[in-house]
Design a protein around this ligand. Structure first.
Ligand code: GAR
Length: 208
């Protein structure tokens, strides 16, 4: 059984996609051991509660240093026997200590085709605003392993989504979530749980 630790900050639709994938049997031998939110008001916490999943708020503001924050996260995940950490709309920075501890076992979903519209300051609706301003015809979502620099880690899966002439940031965000994020995040977790992701330098290959 692979125990998942899910990091969230907001609405939790990606968390919901993981919950649904477990309940439908798409994700086998996976269980959400704990949901950690960086914000007390996050609706993701309600979703966890509804499905009887343990949840906790670990806010960056409550810790003096990034190391102390990392320690709190590590302690939480260790106490729940977490084997894979999933950043599912997690908008708080973690430190190198946390990343060292879970290197190759932390993935993040980002709402663009990395390396476009990513990096510091690109989160939530912003990558969609920037994509529309730039005039790209295709955007999408990326699941990648996490490294200390924002959105820089090895890419696991990407899915493209067409941009429409009448898109607003909100309509584009919704379509990217529905057509890409909610599919490739569970898919990446499934591949990891089946031991099918091979990390070689910054390249991820998927074995049969
Ligand atoms: C998602 O679009 C996710 O890709 C994005 O935040 C949203 C969270 O939605 N993450 C980032 O921007 C990370 N850089 P959710 O809380 O409904 O899953």
């Amino acid at each position: 059984m692979l125990n998942l630790g899910i990091l969230v900050s907001g609405g939790g639709t990606n968390l919901q996609a993981i919950i649904d994938s477990i309940e439908s049997g798409y994700l086998k031998d996976c269980s959400i051991a704990v949901v950690v939110s960086s914000r007390s008001g996050a609706f993701a916490l309600e979703r966890a509660k509804k499905h009887n999943i343990p949840s906790i708020v670990i806010s960056r503001k409550a810790y003096e240093s990034i190391e102390a924050y990392d320690d709190a996260l590590i302690q939480c995940f260790e106490s729940h026997g977490v084997g894979l950490v999933v950043m599912a709309g997690f908008l708080t920075m973690v430190g190198e200590k946390f990343i060292e501890k879970y290197r190759g076992r932390i993935m993040n979903i980002h709402p663009s085709l990395i390396p476009s519209f990513c990096g510091k300051g690109y989160y939530g609706i912003i990558p969609h605003q920037k994509a529309l301003e730039y005039g790209v015809k295709i955007t999408g979502a990326t699941v990648h392993f996490v490294e200390p620099e924002y959105d820089s880690g090895p890419i696991i899966l990407q899915k493209a989504v067409e941009v429409r002439d009448d898109d607003t940031p909100e309509t584009l965000q919704k379509r990217v979530m529905e057509e890409a994020e909610w599919k490739i995040l569970p898919q990446a977790i499934k591949l990891f749980s089946e031991g099918r992701l091979v990390l070689n330098g910054r390249k991820v290959t998927i074995t049969d």
